[in-house]
Design a protein around this ligand. Sequence first.
Ligand code: C2E
Ligand code: MG
Ligand code: MG
Ligand code: MG
Length: 288
Amino acid sequence: VAKASTERGHLRYLPQMDQDAGEQARLGAEMRTALDEGQFRVFYQPIVSLPEGRIVSVEALVRWDHPVRGFVSPAEFISVAEQNGLIVELGEWILRESCAQAVAWRDAYGEKAPQRMSVNVSARQLAEPRFPELVASVLASSGLPAAGLVVEVTETAVFGGGRTVQAVNEIHALGVRIALDDFGTGHSSLTLLQTVPVDILKVDKSFVDNITMAGRHAVIATALIMVSDGLGLMAVAEGVETAEQAAELHRLGYRLAQGYYFGKPSPEPEFDAVNEAVRPGSAVRPGR
Ligand code: C2E
Ligand code: MG
Ligand code: MG
Ligand code: MG
């Protein structure tokens, strides 16, 4: 039985792999043109305070506005860009674009503008010897203060080898905040928190998903806020989709959250609007 199912799995698997490989090669080849023709866009997703739902920062999330396919997800093309190296050029563009946007919002909205701009940085970018210099020069040319920028890295990227750990230290020394993305997933180790200067823990959506269910579901979310508080870090709960989750996170001690409930990534979030986390009937009560 085992063999038969292996063979069946095999037969289904191989053509799929070929398709994916062909698909990836095509995407990779089209990326050069896409960069030259300006098909990439940066969308911004609010990161809000709990329980008020005030936008305190935004995360820059790249989109590919493909002439034929429409919007292509970064989940599809970032790994391809890492493999063919175009992430270095694309990443530099994203950094410039989002820092310029942060400054434009400061000019337009003043105090209502987000305090920080969070930018994802991949392993390949972090390994570039000149990356910390690039960050410094983009800050200088855009006029964004270093404290207004957050660089989001994953544990895999930090332990990517070469000078990635040193790069994180250099970026942090500029005054830029370091966020550890998707925390608790992948090859997580708490060792990392002692190895690099982390300011923000982004607690992965998977620990938020079942948080309002009875039983053990909230245990890890609870443990992670304790680690975060104990180390004096800021914790951001990722992927919050419901009022109930927001209320439970607040009850557990989370002060920052991000997710479709508060706002999807968009070209220009509404900074004037307050996405109230506190709704009639919700469990969150300010001051408790
Ligand atoms: P990430 O950095 O963990 O970003 C969060 C992802 O979760 C985003 O997906 C966001 O749209 C999605 N998300 C936010 N709230 C919710 C929610 O409530 N429910 C659900 N189901 N999803 C939610 P997105 O934009 O597709 O990006 C996927 C990943 O691609 C990112 O994960 C990040 O690792 C990478 N990525 C995106 N933009 C960039 C970029 O500019 N540079 C680099 N290097 N990587 C990027
Ligand atoms: Mg991120
Ligand atoms: Mg994340
Ligand atoms: Mg994530």
